[in-house]
Design a protein around this ligand. Structure first.
Ligand SMILES: *[C@@H]1O[C@H](CO)[C@@H](O)[C@H](O)[C@H]1NC(C)=O
Ligand SMILES: *[C@@H]1O[C@H](CO)[C@@H](O)[C@H](O)[C@H]1NC(C)=O
Length: 393
């Protein structure tokens, strides 16, 4: 074989290798926070190691995984910012992240902002809210507290298999996001812990919450202004204040809530079941297109409630008439027991009556077997199928 032939063979092999390498998927990088100096002693602050691992993942081009191994890692408040080069970052948590045991003025503990394609899998986050809760109950001057996990102005987010306990304030907040899946999450805090809402969604679209169990001291799920295309399925609630659309209408100008589905839910000993709540004051907000179906109520104080008269301390609500227009709300197959006599309560706004309220197949008793009642103020709609307590629509 001549030298010329050898040379063309070499070129051929090199070119082929290059083509093969280009065709392979990008290298998957793994960033273990322990390699960045995190210690699972429950005391050393892991915020620097986590931020460094985040920087590495965020600036890498392929998909990458940030790994938090088993063990307890203490973490001070941290913000993980995008935009990132990578649009697939997985945060795999096998261990537990604990917040410092004393509170700070920080408004969130673990915060993601401007990210696209971030998934959080597994693990436990413990907000250690007890110190702040006792400050609040002793009436001292205390900060509002930190949300445990917040995604802000982000898209294509997944939170799967995470356990969140004892947040200082809300457990999980989805704000200004598009395309968020929350699945198989467990949330727990004592029934008397203040403002520890389970999942709060606002200014967001295409959010789904499925297969999630929530026991907490405030709303299990709260749905704020600007929420559209929200899907909630297979969620259990209690203790807690129920699944609530609201409070809405606090501001004069506010985005509405539209297209919300809540199905296959179980409420146990909660303050509310399915609630819509607005301030009794002027606002251009609205709620439209809501379906509540297949809910089981077990000893729930207000299984079905629309309350348009919210005005804590009766302050700043000139004529107690809410400007929020509520229309197109269906309640289908809601059954079980109410802890109070009024199991269905529609207290709508005199200036903006509720319209298009539909009740279908409702079977609610007071206690085990006493008859329950319905109450209607400023509401228009229809009832069909088996409806007990008898409809007042
Ligand atoms: C309502 O939201 C669901 C997701 O929750 C979505 O599949 C559906 O297309 C939306 N409907 C409209 C009319 O936008
Ligand atoms: C309540 O007050 C607002 C302005 O403060 C007014 O626009 C509205 O018409 C009032 N509604 C009723 C029923 O008096």
């Amino acid at each position: 074989m001549s030298h010329a032939n050898n040379f063309s063979l070499l070129i051929f092999i090199t070119t082929t290798l290059l083509l093969i390498i280009q065709a392979l998927p990008p290298v998957k990088a793994n960033y273990n926070i322990v390699s960045y100096g995190a210690k699972s002693d429950g005391q050393s602050d892991s915020s620097e190691p986590l931020s460094s691992a985040w920087q590495a993942a965020c600036t890498s081009t392929g998909s990458s995984t940030i790994y938090i191994p088993s063990g307890t890692f203490m973490l001070k408040p941290v913000t993980l910012n995008g935009p990132c080069k990578s649009n697939k970052i997985i945060i795999q948590i096998d261990g537990t992240l604990v917040a410092p045991s004393s509170y700070t003025a920080s408004e969130q503990w673990i915060m993601f902002e401007h990210v696209d394609g971030v998934s959080v899998y597994g693990g436990t986050i413990n907000g250690q809210g007890q110190t702040l809760w006792s400050c609040k109950s002793s009436n001292h001057d205390c900060p509002a507290g930190a949300t445990s996990l917040k995604f802000s102005n982000s898209k294509n987010i997944m939170i799967s298999g995470l356990t969140s306990m004892n947040s200082e304030l809300y457990h999980i907040v989805i704000n200004g996001c598009e395309g968020v899946q929350v699945q198989g999450v467990k949330i727990s805090a004592p029934g008397n812990s203040p403002n520890t809402d389970g999942i709060h969604v606002q200014m967001s679209t295409d959010v789904t919450i499925t297969g999630t169990g929530i026991k907490t001291g405030d709303d299990c799920v709260s749905i704020g202004p600007g929420t559209t295309n929200l899907w909630i399925e297979r969620v259990t609630c209690g203790p807690g204040h129920g699944i609530s659309i609201g409070s809405l209408g606090k501001e004069d100008e506010e985005e509405g809530v539209q297209n919300v589905t809540v199905k296959n839910t179980v409420f146990t000993g909660s303050q509310n079941g399915l609630r819509i709540k607005t301030w009794g004051k002027p606002s251009d907000g609205f709620v439209k297109g809501v379906v509540f179906e297949h809910a089981l109520m077990q000893n729930v104080q207000n299984p079905i409630i629309i309350d348009q008269n919210y005005c804590p301390n009766n302050h700043g609500c000139p004529n107690h008439s809410s400007g929020v227009k509520i229309s197109g709300v269906t309640y289908n197959d809601i059954r079980g027991s109410s802890a109070t006599q009024v199991a269905v309560n529609f207290d709508c706004s005199p200036s903006n009556p509720c319209s298009g309220i539909e009740l279908e197949d409702i079977k609610l008793t007071y206690g085990g077997n006493k008859p329950a009642e319905s109450s209607c103020e400023n509401v228009d709609g229809t009832a069909s199928g088996f409806v007990v307590p008898p409809s007042c629509l």
